[in-house]
Design a protein around this ligand. Structure first.
Ligand SMILES: [Zn+2]
Ligand SMILES: [Zn+2]
Length: 191
């Protein structure tokens, strides 16, 4: 996701009970039209040329949307399951959110600015969309991948770290400390 939407704290529930159906063809067309509308609005309001961009519905997990550049190819990905449950909200918030990332990328280069930094917030302001409105969705019943956790310990307890944090530690890019005892987190022996 652009870990675009902060859904980290929502407990993962594998789709057991109310399996949700992804949005259908007609709704996908509606989302594409809306994205195109926001793209053209952003062109005018930000004074930047934004060529039509591919919109796909292959995003899964906890993120509602993602702006992606891969091999120089730009696309906006949406999660058809989250859209199915929160269609109006996603249309009103997630779509312009991702188009704003696109505009920021063209204007400044996405790798040069913070994903939700002042440049992005300024574009959201120009679009007239509240940048603080991010989804806090109930994902029960959706196919959400369970994130792998790595066990670490300090002097007082064990900690479950995300793959992202674990990798940073392994690469020597970060050191984490327990907020309670202040000790550095080290891999749990049992692992
Ligand atoms: Zn974002
Ligand atoms: Zn501790």
């Amino acid at each position: 996701m652009c870990p675009l939407v902060s859904l980290q704290d929502i407990p993962c529930i594998m789709g057991i009970l109310m399996a949700i159906q992804p949005i259908d063809r007609q709704q996908r067309r509606q989302v594409r039209d809306e994205a195109d509308l926001w793209r053209r609005r952003a062109e005018v309001l930000c004074g930047v040329e934004l060529p039509p961009i591919a919109v796909t519905f292959d995003l899964r997990g906890r993120a509602a949307g993602q702006y992606r550049v891969r091999d120089g190819y730009r696309s906006i990905r949406f999660n058809p399951y989250i859209f199915a449950r929160y269609f109006d909200d996603s249309l009103a918030v997630t779509v312009p959110h991702e188009v704003a990332h696109y505009a920021v990328d063209v204007l400044y280069g996405a790798v040069r600015v913070r994903p939700h930094g002042e440049e992005w917030r300024a574009v959201m302001g120009l679009l007239g969309v509240d940048a603080r409105a991010s989804g806090c969705y109930d994902l029960s019943g959706m196919p959400v991948r369970r994130q792998r956790r790595f066990r670490y310990r300090c002097d007082c307890r064990t900690h479950e770290l995300t793959t992202c944090r674990h990798n940073r530690i392994v690469r020597g890019q970060a050191v984490y400390h327990c907020r309670r005892c202040g000790a550095e987190l080290i891999p749990h022996k049992a692992d």
